[in-house]
Ligand binder design. Sequence first.
Ligand code: MN3
Length: 204
Amino acid sequence: MYYLPLLDYNYGDLEPTIDAKTVEIHHSKHHQAYIDKLNQLLEKYTEFQDLELSELIQNIGKLPENIKTLVFNNAGQVYNHNLYWDSIIPKGSELDKNSELYKQIEQKFGNLTNFNQELIQLGLAQFGSGWVWLSLDEKKELILDKTSNADSPLTKNHFPLLTIDVWEHAYYLGYQNLRAKYLENIIAILDWQKILERYLIFTK
Ligand code: MN3
């Protein structure tokens, strides 16, 4: 069984960046619906019910042909949303300037401001529904990425560090068509302490 993770904050705590109603619907309706659908799809496939989501997504080929795509889409959306809620925090948190991650960002993108700009540009370049990502590739190098619908860098065996949801349901109530504004605001509430924790786990 898969469960909806509790958030580390209340629905209204991300205001004014993301309004309470958007967070509530996004978490308790959209995210929950993907979880319910995933559990329902896996009802008869007990050996897949207790896998880590990343494992399930990377082993999708072992499922019967007729449900593969549906399981991929729903498991992907559960994984992506779990990471999304875990990539942001009210008011944001700062990245330790002495950390290896900070140094790698400077090396690869020049500085954090440039990094943020590239992330925004990727989010704008994503046509339709999808996600933007910072991940580690197989050489443990930082890589910025965008994916459509339920896809994620997991399918390339990359390890995702942070993601931003650019499906319209993530921002439409507060921003309408202004995805750029949503992206500009959300990068200011990224939870760099959490992102750094994930980085440290995967570069150990
Ligand atoms: Mn979403």
